[in-house]
Design a protein around this ligand. Structure first.
Ligand code: F6P
Length: 391
């Protein structure tokens, strides 16, 4: 049996682990694996060459610890989905025909697609065309597939962001500054929320919770007045400022993409609070580098389970993490809607109880709670970083 694998869209830590798990489980069954290069583009013929390779356990041994993807990827290209007036999605029929031809010429009996929302939609269209496809959702944003506990890549991104904020805090503390840290997440706030909790951020601004700038300003002023040296604000790239997304123009293709809210917000907060403020955009550091142990294990499990699904001929399915198990849902369910932070969820309530400000409640309300918990004359326990306390 010959089976294929490709990954498409933005990379994330853990993709190589999926590939390693897939190849290992396939070879144990006596199957061969073809890995396609640079996303779906690898399915298209190129003059004088090919865009795929035979993957063996020897080639993929121990790649579980490496970031990026050994197959390369792209989030642009020929498999762009077109939507007609009736909302029907399709891929260019010529491109589809070429991909089908490659699949049949190679004798592929299955194709695993590791991808984000766009790639999962393409996979879903290929499945509708009768191709034997399995989808493995991946993204650092954690915004894909409402039924999964986490997408792989997310935990690694949160670790990188948390370590960066820990570092930012020490310099902010030394200078008594406010630092605004802009993080990825697209239209979701998972990375901001989890890293904000992990690092005791003062303010976390996410797309799912509408905030009033005045609430944020008042809370920061109150914390400063209570003697706090540094202020840490974590803002998701997709959070809205005065109801608007902040974007930058991509000169190459004329498209707008998210980015710039950290800069804007830092200028406003500095002016309104009088606190010296700097901003930091963590950008692609969040997506690069070695996967954490959680994502390595999740990736390996997804790779192995994909092979088992192929063995059972359960095509048109997507893999999810469901408590202790890897389960499946139909691909359409995986892309049905975005997976967003629920403002009423336990994790948001926990963050509030830990003193995190989301900017949706007036400072007075929050500070009266805060004061009740703080013994008179004593500074709040969470205001200084460790190095300061040691002095
Ligand atoms: O991988 C997801 C994501 O990191 C988003 O959070 C971000 O907006 C986007 O990809 C950036 O992708 P790129 O710069 O590679 O197009």
């Amino acid at each position: 049996m010959i089976i294929g694998i490709l990954n498409s869209g933005g990379d994330c830590p853990g993709i190589n682990a999926v590939i390693e798990g897939y190849v290992s489980a396939a070879y144990r069954r006596g199957w061969r694996v073809i890995g396609f290069h640079d996303g779906f583009e690898g399915l298209l013929p190129v003059a004088g060459g090919r865009r795929y390779e035979i993957l063996t356990p020897m080639k993929t041994h121990q790649i579980r610890s490496q970031g990026g993807t050994m197959l390369g990827t792209t989030n642009t290209g020929n498999f762009k989905i077109n939507t007609n007036k009736l909302g029907r999605r399709s891929i260019d029929p010529e491109i589809l025909a070429k991909a089908k031809k490659t699949i049949s010429a190679l004798g592929l009996e299955a194709l695993a697609v590791v991808g984000g929302s766009g790639s999962a939609r393409t996979a879903s269209l290929l499945a509708e065309e009768g191709l034997p496809v399995i989808s493995i959702p991946k993204t650092i944003n954690n915004d894909l597939c409402p039924d999964t506990d986490y997408t792989f890549g997310f935990q690694s991104a949160v670790s990188v962001v948390s370590e960066s904020i820990d570092r930012i805090r020490t310099t902010a503390n030394a200078h008594q500054r406010m630092m605004v840290v802009e993080v990825m997440g697209d239209l979701s706030g998972w990375i901001a929320l989890h890293s904000g909790i992990a690092t005791a951020a003062d303010v976390v601004l996410i797309p799912e919770i509408e905030f009033e700038l005045q609430n944020v300003i008042d809370c920061i002023k109150a914390r400063k007045a209570a003697g706090q040296r540094e202020i840490i604000v974590v803002v998701a790239e997709g959070a809205k400022l005065d109801g608007k997304l902040i974007t930058v123009l991509n000169k190459d293709n004329g498209e707008e993409r998210l980015g710039g809210i950290g800069n804007r917000l830092s200028r406003i907060l500095e002016e309104e609070t009088g606190i010296e403020t700097r901003y930091c955009v963590l950008g692609h550091t969040q997506r690069g580098g070695s996967p954490c142990a959680f994502d390595r294990i999740a990736g390996l499990r997804f790779g192995v389970e994909a092979v088992k699904l192929i063995e059972e001929r359960q095509f048109g399915t997507a893999l999810i993490l469901n408590g202790p198990n890897v389960d499946t849902v139909p691909i359409e369910d995986a892309v049905r809607s975005l997976r967003l932070v629920d403002p009423e969820s336990q994790i948001v309530a926990t963050a509030r109880d830990l003193g995190i400000i989301f900017g949706d409640r007036p400072a007075k309300e929050l500070m009266s709670d805060h004061k009740k918990e703080t013994p008179e004359g004593k500074k709040p326990a969470r205001k200084a970083c460790k190095s300061k306390e040691a002095k």
